[in-house]
Design a binder for this molecule. Structure first.
Ligand code: SF4
Length: 714
């Protein structure tokens, strides 16, 4: 029996961080229809191939419909009691840091909030991290270094108003297609608009650019250091903005100049004439937006790359103005919502800091919590290391598949196999991670869930149900709250529904800070159940911010950008330039080794647990592959469509060769999606070393050393 037979519900696409509005309905027979919501300000009715195929992915094939303990069906009460009991016992014997949660950017904000509250306020450990660590942690760290808080200054409309868009490490055409479509539509109306793509690969996005700069892997810091020096040399700085609203410019410029022209040319691999063309374009175009995503974030220098970009925008005062600003685009549908409620190991809810005792006191007081984590928890890669070496003895994984998606994936698999107690709550019965669970808990899927998500431009939208919960599936927030109540925290986790959770989150956001900080992001006003049910997409800061105490902090209705007039979230309210020194080159010493880059394809999502259900989506690229330049293919005796063994010191996979000049010589590309469920020996995660950015902890998923050989060898 479907919930809505006639009129569609307004909900939000569960894939990428564009956060498109979807109209969805199911008929009495459960047949689902979806189309773009013409009223949603992210997409105005558009959907990409993945969003359009959502109806093909809502079937119950492969669903986990009942709780399971050691593979046998169990009642909810028994499963919840077991999880609560084992977590409580582990904490009692080994301490709060012996347990951990690993969650997901697929969770709704309400799910994230409750999980974060349980770990940080009631168990008393910050060992909760998220697969968003793999997606945008470097942008978070870069924002916090420069702005004092994790705040995206601009909006999608800025991309349409800009005269120059710089896309860095971002294949928007495939990975954020509706945003790309909005840019394409704007370019048709404004032919003078320019697009520069900075990417080692000639992607579909690069095809449509006015200028493609095929930067060497991790050459971005040098590229933007060169730009900062150029802006200074050409007198293209905004001296008044630098003086009034920033600190640290001189040191940042000195560090940028230290690279030198030759060093920049070597590190970027870009012809000086093309670099000059880009630098000139940037210097001469006041309305410029620089968009960056995984090619910037997924690097051992990811945070430095983010700050190298932000430095150039601060130096020109091009931030928070219509058509101007640095713009991080998130990969996942609710990476931003998770950040807002502190769903990472180094954050507290409502943009507060774990390292600040006043913030900790404020959150603990609001939650009436028995404890509060007093130090950052383990970030994703370290968290699984701690599982492997026995420091973490009970782990709960929600809505993600780390056995396939984490770097050093075979070590993650081995760690789960040895972990004394593993809980997996998921939609599907047979993910590669679920195989290692002692307890499997059936979670509600998209179309059944009820809550909110936040997209890349800080826009909060509702996900609404239009299908009944199948079997005994339950929402993630409910599962976490039930476990918390059985651990003895009854009153703090007695929620009537997601509206009550969002209201609590909003209240914490606006809670009396009692001197905890001299500013308040104040993201949300109080909200009742009826308002929550009727909620239309809005960007924070929402009304609560307009009620903050000083005129400078107040945001007028429609004033949806940050920082044009300063007002950063640092103690002196000034942005910080970051002086970024050149790091040692990490290119392969072995002449036969190639740089392995990993990433997404157009029609699949993560480990294909949802898109793999759609025959239409599988037609685009039907099998796992390695893209390789013709020169490298010839050097290694590889022909187009051959089977290739790609190997690193961590492991090896077998994939089809796709010989193409889209790939730069000396590098290869393998998509992240295929797992053992869809192809044998194609999990790219087994190849990737667990190297991370020192500031963000984000893994360097785009820079491993690999060798290729034709298989079978001849
Ligand atoms: Fe969904 Fe992203 Fe496509 Fe929009 S662009 S329909 S949010 S996958």
């Amino acid at each position: 029996m479907a919930i809505a037979d006639a009129s569609p519900v307004k909900t939000t696409c569960p894939y990428c961080g564009v956060g498109c509005g979807v109209l969805a309905k199911a008929d009495a027979g459960g047949v689902v229809e979806v189309r773009g919501d013409p009223d949603h300000p992210a997409n105005f009715g558009r959907l990409c191939s993945k969003g359009s195929a959502l109806a093909e992915t809502t079937g119950l094939d492969g669903r986990l419909l009942y709780p399971e303990i050691d593979g046998r069906r169990a009642p909810w009460d028994e499963a919840l009691d077991l999880v609560a009991g084992r977590f409580s016992e582990t904490v009692r014997i080994h301490g709060p840091d012996s347990v951990a949660l690993y969650v997901s950017g697929q969770l709704l904000t309400e799910d994230y909030y409750v999980a974060n509250k349980l770990m940080k306020g009631f168990i008393g450990s910050a060992n909760i991290d998220t697969n968003s660590r793999l997606c945008m942690a470097s942008s978070v760290a870069g924002h916090r270094r420069a702005f004092g808080a994790d705040t995206v200054p601009g909006t999608y409309a800025d991309l349409e108003q800009a005269d120059l868009i710089v896309l860095v490490g971002s294949n928007l055409a495939w990975c954020h297609p509706v945003l790309y479509q909005r840019i394409a539509a704007a370019r048709e109306k404004r032919p003078d608009m320019r697009v520069v793509v900075i990417d080692p690969r000639r992607t579909m996005t690069a095809d449509s650019a006015d200028l493609h700069l095929p930067v060497r892997a991790d050459g971005d810091v040098a590229l933007f250091a060169g730009l900062l020096a150029y802006l200074a040399d050409q007198g293209a700085l905004d001296a008044a903005y630098i003086e009034r609203h920033t600190t640290g410019f001189d040191a940042a410029l000195a560090a940028a100049r230290a690279f030198g022209r030759m060093e920049i040319a070597n590190r970027t691999g870009i012809r000086p004439a093309d670099l000059d063309r880009f630098y000139r374009l940037f210097a001469q175009t006041p309305k410029v937006v620089t968009v960056y995503s995984q090619g910037v974030n997924q690097s051992a220098a990811g945070t430095d790359k983010v700050n190298a970009i932000i430095n150039c925008h601060l130096a020109t005062g091009r931030i928070g103005k219509p058509g101007a600003g640095p713009f991080s685009v998130t990969g996942q549908p609710n990476a931003m919502g998770g950040r807002e409620v502190g769903g990472m190991a180094n954050m507290l809810a409502a943009h507060m800091e774990l390292g600040n005792p006043l913030h900790r006191e404020r959150v603990q007081r609001f939650w009436k919590a028995p404890a509060i984590a007093d130090k950052p928890g383990l970030k994703a890669v370290d968290l699984f290391r701690a599982v492997a070496d026995g420091r973490v003895k009970a782990l709960w994984i929600m809505a993600t598949n780390p056995v396939d998606s984490m770097p050093d994936a075979d070590q993650v698999r081995a760690a789960l196999a040895d972990c004394p107690f593993v809980v997996v709550s998921d939609v599907l019965a047979a993910t590669d991670t679920g195989h290692y669970a002692d307890v499997r808990l059936p979670a509600a899927a998209w179309g059944e869930k009820d809550g909110t998500v936040t997209n890349s431009e800080r826009r909060i939208s509702r996900q609404r149900p239009f299908l009944p919960l199948p079997g005994e599936a339950r929402p993630d927030w409910w599962i976490v709250a039930e476990v918390a109540r059985r651990m003895g925290f009854r009153s703090a986790f007695s929620y009537a529904g997601p509206a009550a959770i969002f209201a609590e989150h909003a209240a914490l956001s606006a809670y009396d800070n009692n001197g905890a900080r001299d500013f308040d992001i104040g993201a949300h006003a109080a909200i009742g159940t009826a308002e929550y049910d009727a909620l239309t997409p809005f960007q924070w800061p929402a009304p609560a911010a307009r009620e903050t105490k000083t005129a400078q902090q107040a945001k007028a209705p429609g004033d949806i950008r940050f920082f044009a007039g300063g007002g950063f979230f640092t103690p002196d309210r000034k942005a910080r330039f970051i002086a970024i020194a050149a790091q040692a080159e990490t290119w392969p010493q072995d002449a036969s080794a190639l740089i392995l880059n990993t990433g997404r394809v157009r029609d699949h999502w993560h480990t294909m647990t949802r898109t793999g259900k759609s025959p239409r989506l599988s037609q685009h690229l039907a099998e796992p592959f390695v893209e390789i330049h013709p020169h490298d293919a010839a050097r290694h005796g590889i022909g187009d469509a051959d089977i290739v063994r790609v190997a690193t010191p961590r492991g090896a996979i077998l994939v089809r060769a796709l010989v193409t000049r889209r790939q730069a010589p000396g590098s290869i590309f393998v998509p992240i999606h295929w797992t053992d469920q869809f192809a044998s020996n194609a999990r790219v995660g087994v190849l990737v070393a667990p190297a991370t950015d020192p500031h963000s902890g984000q893994p360097a998923l785009k820079h491993s050393r690999a060798t290729v050989t034709r298989f079978p060898a001849q």
